[in-house]
Design a protein around this ligand. Structure first.
Ligand SMILES: Nc1ncnc2c1ncn2[C@@H]1O[C@H](COP(=O)(O)OP(=O)(O)OP(=O)(O)O)[C@@H](O)[C@H]1O
Length: 237
């Protein structure tokens, strides 16, 4: 369970986040949607202890990320970039994370297989394509068999096979009772996997609830998204 309440973030006089509420529940895929600059990454960075809020709380299983005893076994995350040194091989990178977090070494081969990088384990990360780097980031998120997954724009850079694989992984994770929170600005990908949706625009949540509730009265999630974020009006103005 991931719970964010009344989260606020200011940078100088700029309001980045205002009273953001979000819950991602076990057994469900929750999509966090919004246009570029809406505040998705800022929210997820605070949830993962990489930044501090100005107000409010962001908790993983009722605790702040920084106070988790076994963070990688509790919540796996993928933010931008593979987060690995370019001269390291994929396997060495994952083995290093595993070693420093008390995760069994066997998990390295398992997650490389899961994300479709089994044939590239000995490849240096510096030679990876954008999509391969994203797959490696996903592998690192899965490494500790965490209950919760937090994935920031996981579809970016993935090819069709990668997108299909990702969908399968997140659906399977939720089906096993896990919690999945993923951000995206790509409606089609989200409509295909999400149970619940939270839409953010200008640092404020403009809609939240089951996908069917958020899309009610609209032809598609995309139509709902444009209506909720005011994008069409802004572009037409
Ligand atoms: N380190 C930072 N310093 C100053 N401003 C920042 C910083 N990080 C983000 N911002 C600002 O905070 C706002 C929210 O950005 P954020 O990256 O959270 O949005 P996002 O919804 O993740 O967008 P995208 O879809 O483009 O990734 C933006 O106006 C951005 O310019």
């Amino acid at each position: 369970m991931l719970s964010i309440e009344k989260l606020g973030k200011r940078r100088g006089s700029r309001v980045i986040l205002a009273d953001v509420d979000l819950r991602a529940e076990p057994g469900k895929v929750t999509a966090f949607l919004g246009p570029n600059g809406a505040g998705k990454s800022s929210t997820l960075r605070i949830l993962l202890g990489l930044d501090r809020p100005t107000s409010g709380t962001a908790l993983v299983h009722g605790r702040a990320y920084r106070s988790l005893r076994d963070p990688l076994r509790t919540v796996g995350s993928m933010l931008d970039g593979p987060g690995a040194h370019p001269s390291r091989t994929a396997r060495a990178h994952l083995a290093w994370i595993a070693r420093s977090n008390g995760i069994p070494r066997r998990r390295v081969a398992e997650v490389l297989e899961q994300v479709g990088l089994a044939a590239h384990g000995r490849g240096r990360v510096g030679g990876f394509s954008l999509g391969m780097g994203r797959r490696l980031g996903l592998a690192a998120a899965l490494l500790g068999e965490p209950e919760a997954l937090v994935l920031d724009e996981p579809v970016n850079g993935l090819d069709a096979e990668g997108v299909r694989r990702l969908r399968g992984l997140v659906r399977a994770h939720a089906a096993d009772g896990g919690t999945v929170l993923l951000s995206s600005h790509l409606m089609g990908e989200v409509a295909a996997v999400a149970d619940d949706v939270v839409v953010i625009s200008g640092g404020r949540v403009v809609a939240a609830g089951p996908l069917s509730d958020v899309t009610r009265g609209h032809a598609s999630l995309e139509d709902a998204y444009f209506a909720l974020t005011g994008y069409e009006r802004a572009e037409g103005a």
